[in-house]
Design a protein. Structure first.
Length: 146
């Protein structure tokens, strides 16, 4: 059975390219998000790292995902009251959150880069990002008659 290549060198290189120091917590969190994909809560990240024998506090995970988000390596999606999920991504996109089952899906951005929306003309300030969260019922829940 062929072994999978070690993702750590690629993750370390991406961290450096983004101007971040390569630290064990950053490498662990970023590597995990790249490996497992999807949209993951801070608690799920902590749980999965703990299952791998890595002890990283919840606060450290929040600090790491904040740094990774600022550097453009991770996106954060607000999925509802008090719940944010994170994903490693290489392209800018939006999200759809199902109101019934809570599933989160990627939605392509029409421009593919930030910012894809502009504030009103009378807005004073600069905008470097606009994130859209679509909410509704996913196809599976929409078919459920209940």
């Amino acid at each position: 059975m062929p072994s999978r290549p070690d993702p750590a060198p690629m993750c370390a290189a991406r961290l450096r390219q983004a101007g971040l120091r390569v630290t064990e917590p950053r490498l662990a969190v970023y590597g995990l998000l790249r490996e497992i994909g999807g949209h993951r809560s801070a608690d799920e990240i902590v749980s999965r790292l703990t299952a791998r024998g890595l002890q990283i506090s919840r606060m450290s995970v929040y600090n790491v995902v904040a740094a990774l988000t600022t550097a453009g390596l991770v996106m954060c999606a607000d999925t509802g009251p008090g719940r944010a999920v994170y994903e490693a991504t290489d392209d800018w996109h939006h999200h759809f959150v199902c109101r019934d089952c809570g599933a989160v899906f990627d939605v392509p951005c029409s421009r593919g880069k930030t910012p894809c929306l502009s504030p009103p003309r009378n807005f004073s300030g600069t905008v470097d990002e606009a994130q859209v969260i679509f909410r509704g019922r996913c196809a599976e829940c929409a078919q459920d008659p209940s």
